[in-house]
Design a protein around this ligand. Structure first.
Ligand SMILES: *Cc1c(COP(=O)(O)O)cnc(C)c1O
Length: 431
C-alpha cells in the first residue's frame, strides 16, 4: 500500500490558500473519499507522486494524453519553440495558419477554425455564435452531458428531462437557466418534443457525440443522424462538443466515426497535447460571423500562443504519422475482455461501455444509455474499487462518472497488471 504522507501534508496546506485545495473540483476525491495524490512527475503511461509511489495512469490529464505524458517528439518541439520562437506575441503567427489548415483537413465538418485556450471557451463561444447566427436565444443540451463551466451549461433537468432548466449552481441567473432546455441522451422524441414546444426559438443543439462525462455513453445507431435531420429541418445549429472524443475515438473525431456532419464543432484536450488549448470551427457561412470578419464577438489575449500550439500541432502530426488508433483499439479490447472475465469469475454483471480507447465500468447491472440509467451505479462500491486500484498502483479518475483512457504508451504488460488489479479491486468492492 502506498504511503501518502507528503500528499496529505500538501493537501492540508493547499486548503488554506486554494478553495477545497484544488484548482478543479474533480481532483478533490470528494466522490471517492480520501486525500488527493500530489503528482511529481509524469512519463509515458506512468505517474510518480511526491511520496515516490508510482502509478499506471488511466486519467491522462483527463483526456489529452492519448500519446502518454512527455512524448519525446512533443517535448523536443516545445524546447525548440521555447529557444527559437518565444512564449507569446499577441500578433498573428504562422503556426496559427498551420494548425487551422491541418484541423480543416482532419475533421470532416471544419471549413474555418478559431483557437481558444480551453474547452469551456470553445463551447461558450460556439453557443454565442449559434445565437448570433440564428437570432434565437434558447439551446438544447442533454442531461448528463458536460460542456465546461459556462453559465448556460450548468443547468440540469429539474424534475424531469422535459421541464425548463433550474440552475445547477448558485450564481447562474434564472434568465440564463430559462434559455437552456435539457433533453434525454439517446432519446430523439425528447428532443422533438422540446423543439415542437419552442418552435423557431432554438438556436443550437449541443451534444457530446460520445458522452464522456457521465461515465462513457455511446450514441445509439441513428440517434446523431436523427438530430442532424431535425436541425436541418428547423434551422437549428448542430454543435458536436468533441472536446473529449475528438482525436480520441478517431483522428477525425466522433463525426468521422459515425458519418454525421455537425454545423459547428468544439475541441480541446488532445488538441493541446497537455497545454491549455481549445478550438471551435465549422461551416464557413457560420464562422464568417465571428469577429473581426463578422459581428459576433470573441477574443483572447493568449489565444493561439506558440507554446500551446506547438504541443497541439506536434500531437496531431504524430497521430497522423503513426495512426495509433488500431493499436489503441487492440489494447482497449484486451482490457475490456480481461475485466469481463473477472466479472464473470466473480458472478458480477456490471456494465462496461466503451468507444475506442475511452471506457467505463459502471457498478450497475442496468444498461447505461443516458443520465438516469448511469446514476443507478453504486458509487459506494465504486469508491472501494477506486481505492483498491490506487493501492495497487493503478490511477483511475476519482469518480464513477468519468472515462478511463488508454494511451499509446500502455504496454501489454501494463494491461495485464491492470486486469489483475481489477480482479482484486472487484473483490474488495464487495458483492
Ligand atoms: C473537458 C470538457 C469540456 C471543458 O473543457 P475545459 O478545457 O476543462 O474547459 C467541455 N466539453 C467536454 C465534452 C469536455 O469533456
Amino acid at each position: 500500500m502506498p504511503q501518502l504522507t507528503k500528499s496529505a501534508e500538501l493537501f492540508e496546506k493547499a486548503k488554506k490558500f486554494i478553495p477545497g485545495g484544488v484548482n478543479s473540483p474533480v481532483r478533490a476525491f470528494k466522490s471517492v473519499g480520501g486525500t488527493p495524490v500530489y503528482m511529481a512527475k509524469g512519463s509515458g503511461a506512468y505517474l510518480t507522486d511526491v511520496d515516490g509511489n508510482s502509478y499506471l495512469d488511466y486519467v491522462g490529464s483527463w483526456g489529452p494524453f492519448i500519446l502518454g505524458s512527455m512524448h519525446p517528439r512533443i517535448t523536443a518541439a516545445l524546447e525548440y519553440t521555447l529557444k527559437n520562437i518565444g512564449t507569446s506575441f499577441g500578433t498573428p503567427i504562422e503556426m496559427e495558419i498551420e494548425i487551422a489548415e491541418l484541423l480543416c483537413k482532419i475533421v470532416p465538418s471544419l471549413e474555418m477554425v478559431r483557437m481558444v485556450n480551453s474547452g469551456t471557451e470553445a463551447t461558450m463561444s460556439a453557443v454565442r455564435l449559434a445565437r448570433g447566427y440564428t437570432g434565437r436565444d434558447k439551446i438544447i443540451k442533454f442531461e448528463g452531458c458536460y460542456h465546461g463551466h459556462g453559465d448556460s451549461f450548468l443547468i440540469k433537468a429539474g424534475s424531469g428531462a422535459l421541464t425548463l432548466g433550474a440552475p445547477d449552481s448558485p450564481g447562474v441567473t434564472k434568465g440564463t437557466a430559462m434559455d437552456t432546455l435539457n433533453a434525454t441522451y439517446n432519446d430523439i422524441d425528447s428532443v422533438k418534443l422540446l423543439v415542437g414546444e419552442n418552435k423557431g426559438q432554438i438556436a443550437a443543439i449541443i451534444i457530446e457525440p460520445v458522452a464522456g462525462n457521465t461515465g462513457v455513453i455511446p450514441a445509439k445507431p441513428g440517434f446523431l443522424a436523427a438530430l442532424r435531420e431535425l436541425c436541418t429541418q428547423e434551422g437549428i445549429v448542430l454543435i458536436f462538443d468533441e472536446v473529449m472524443c475528438g482525436f480520441r475515438v478517431a483522428l477525425g473525431g466522433a463525426q468521422s466515426l459515425y458519418g454525421v456532419t455537425p454545423d459547428l464543432t468544439t475541441m480541446g484536450k488532445i488538441i493541446g497535447g497537455g497545454l491549455p488549448v481549445g478550438a471551435f470551427g465549422g461551416k464557413r457561412e457560420i464562422m464568417e460571423r465571428v469577429a473581426p470578419l463578422g459581428d459576433v464577438y470573441q477574443a483572447g489575449t493568449l489565444s493561439g500562443n506558440p507554446l500551446a500550439l506547438t504541443a497541439g500541432l506536434e500531437t496531431l502530426k504524430i497521430l497522423i504519422d503513426e495512426n495509433p488508433y488500431p493499436e489503441l483499439e487492440r489494447k482497449a479490447v484486451i482490457l475490456e475482455a480481461g475485466f469481463s472475465d473477472n466479472l464473470k469469475k466473480l458472478g458480477l454483471n456490471y456494465v462496461q461501455n466503451r468507444v475506442g480507447s475511452m471506457s467505463c465500468l459502471f457498478f450497475t447491472e442496468t444498461p447505461v444509455v443516458d443520465y438516469s440509467t448511469a446514476v443507478t451505479a453504486d458509487t459506494k462500491k465504486h469508491g472501494k474499487y477506486f481505492h483498491s486500484m490506487l493501492d495497487q498502483g493503478i490511477y483511475l479518475a476519482p469518480s464513477q462518472f468519468e472515462a478511463m483512457f488508454i494511451s499509446f504508451m500502455h504496454t501489454d504488460e501494463d494491461l495485464e497488471k491492470t486486469i489483475k488489479a481489477n480482479y482484486n479491486a472487484l473483490v474488495a468492492s464487495g458483492k
